[in-house]
Design a protein around this ligand. Sequence first.
Ligand SMILES: [Zn+2]
Length: 512
Amino acid sequence: MSNPRIAILGFAIESNRFAPVSTRADFVDRAYLAGSALLADARAAAPAMTPEIPAFVRRMDANGPWTPVPILFANAESGGPVDHAFFMETLAIFERGLRAALPLDAVYICEHGAAITTEEDDPDGLVFERVRSIVGSSVPVVATIDLHANVSDRMVDAVDTLVSYRRNPHTDMAERGTEAAEILIELMHGARFCVAHVRMPVCAPPTQLLTAPGTGPYADMIRQAEALDDPRIVNVSVVGGFAFGDTPKNGLTVIVSTRGDAGFARQTAEALVMPAWIGRAAFTPELTSVDEAVALARAAGEDHALPPVLLADVADNPGGGGRGNTPFLLQALLRAGVRDAVLGVVTDPQLSAQAHALGVGAEFTAHFNRGERTAYSEAFSAPATVLRLHSGQGVGRRGQLAGCSFNLGPSALLRVGGVQVVVITNRHQCHEPVFFEMFGIDIAAAHTVVVKSRGHFRAAFDEFFGPEQIFSVDAPGLTSPVLSSFDFRRLPRPVVPLDTMTEWTPHIRLLS
Ligand SMILES: [Zn+2]
């Protein structure tokens, strides 16, 4: 096929059922790129979008002449259910764009896979289904999804191949974009695949889905899948899921795509899920209490012979829908008189604006969470000094955000007691050392670092902290790994680790 016409689109958000509604503004703040703007960002030196589409475009460019048909890529920080009317408008843009571009030779969908809307539990499935119905059954469609996607049957059925991330922290987004291009090229040459799909009754808290070797049964599944060395394998995706989506399609999912061998696809899927089922006790998290965390921080601040500690405020992770503003850890550190600590990033537009209005050196009473009235975002006040101010714009240097541009909005570094606190305007998880370094903070000199992030910080703060120096703290919040504290209504039950289960027989769907 010469000069193939390939459409590119995607609706990428991870929705936390318990967080406030995500709106158009949340997408516009991050990436809402249509037509030529999509392609220009994909080819930019420091794109605003995640790395899959830029890598896809590079791989297709290297393959020879092609005609990209960029339709729309919409991406937001993880948040609550998406405003349904906005989602339907976006879906209509996809549909109009695809119809106007026909005939197409292939479609690449760059999705997260854990969206919900205020009215729909499977908007990703709806996108995939509409794409298929418009382009027809013979046009190759490949989608990349996040490792935290909640995969519906509809999603699997509507595309030729699903390709999920394999790394958590997600350091392989570009590789997966490249892989999607290579699979589409094979499909455009006439290949057709046979797929096995199985969903486990497992909704693990995000802290139990790390992929570094030795971190648990999920990491073992990923290693086992990657060790498969068989020319029949096209892709094996082991999708951890996102418990806070609270949908009937939740559940750790394996999708095996093979070159036309149904029996082998089924056997491979079964061999992956059974060891994880046997090891399911490891999906229950072990956390550090706030009191223990404060004791560690106080000791690190007083005895500089002790190694520094990193406390992860996993329950207030904006990357999982948290608001990035719960006060519990900061208040506990202040009460204990902890010294030499840095904490970030706290989303508080009003406080940041006040610091900018007062200027560097100002001493004032910082009123946290004056504007926010959501669960866990409790207001409190403390004497503070403005140390530094920043526009909040920059480029990431390490981990998931390396080489990508970011915009935290007007930001400020405050001194509050013995803690330096970074306050930002645009909600963002703290998984990039530059968020501290842009204020002149030397992370290596801090004795305690507190990040509002669940796990993605590990790919960047590993420069400063080994795994034994990192503690996931059990504070309250919208992304607490203690799943029993949530009022789940739509998860399939029984499910591990919320329920005790002894029996399970895998039901493997085969598609060819
Ligand atoms: Zn993810």
